[in-house]
Design a protein around this ligand. Sequence first.
Ligand code: HEC
Length: 190
Amino acid sequence: KVPLELAELRGLALFNDERKGNCAACHPSVRGEHGAPPLFTDFSFDNLGVPRNPRIPATADPAYFDLGLCGPDRTDLAKKAALCGAFKVPSLRNVATRQVFFHNGVFDNLTDALRFYVRRDTHPQEWYPRDKRGKVQKFNDVPARYRANVNVSEAPFDRKRGMAPALTAGEIEDMVKFLATLTDGYQVQQ
Ligand code: HEC
């Protein structure tokens, strides 16, 4: 057991704070039954509306969508429209060692993944392309008929365009430092 540094502790507090990151709502940070160390996933599924990744060859076909639970890879839940676009909440253990983030790998660094969380609704133009008439195509990797499935109620997704993001750039930096403590073999730097 090692103590965390101040920035890491601030990051953990923001991670747990229901009105800031609210991350622990889906990525629980406390010990489980019988004192099992936290896995940072509640094993549920959710639809975050992450941007389409044009680097995936299949997306050259505008009709192609990876809808997670409802297909096309898995077929058993194909008729459950409410599950379309939902993906498993991943564990955040060793998350700082990953090279790509979210189910389609649209981001290649943790800072962008966290910026997306808090700026998706306040600054959608930073994440989604515009159509020919200049309208931002929010949730462009979810077909229009399933866009109502995207989570827009829980913090940090409970904001509107023009509002302040739930985390500042400095707070995101602290949270990235905290997430790096979830890497196996983590040691406090002397
Ligand atoms: C409402 C539930 C929910 C909340 C709240 C939430 N997450 Fe997530 N998280 C998910 C789901 C679901 C995914 C996978 C989504 C996907 O791939 O489309 C995910 C994926 C991630 C990933 C990508 C991991 C990888 O290996 O690709 C990171 C990093 C992450 N979450 C961190 C956070 C942080 C930090 C917060 C708080 C700011 C947070 N999450 C809040 C549900 C949530």
